[in-house]
Ligand binder design. Structure first.
Ligand code: FES
Length: 64
């Protein structure tokens, strides 16, 4: 499931970062590069990705 198109970050990568950093958005962005280019995936309405970053973090927090 794609979370960031620019940097080809998938949900599993976000989940791994959430395991390490919890809800720390900046640390997750630093670790995965998600959201660091066009920033579309930081918007909940981004249509370039399957699951925008904030929703991906929320889901990952529920799963870890
Ligand atoms: S889609 Fe994530 S930075 Fe562009």
């Amino acid at each position: 499931m794609l979370v960031c198109d620019c940097n080809e970050v998938d949900f599993d990568a976000v989940k791994a970062a959430v395991k390490k950093h919890g809800n720390d958005l900046k640390a997750i962005m630093d670790e995965t590069d998600a959201g660091t280019t066009c920033e579309c995936c930081l918007e909940d309405e981004c249509d370039k990705v399957d699951l925008p970053l904030h929703a991906a973090i929320k889901r990952a927090l529920e799963e870890v």
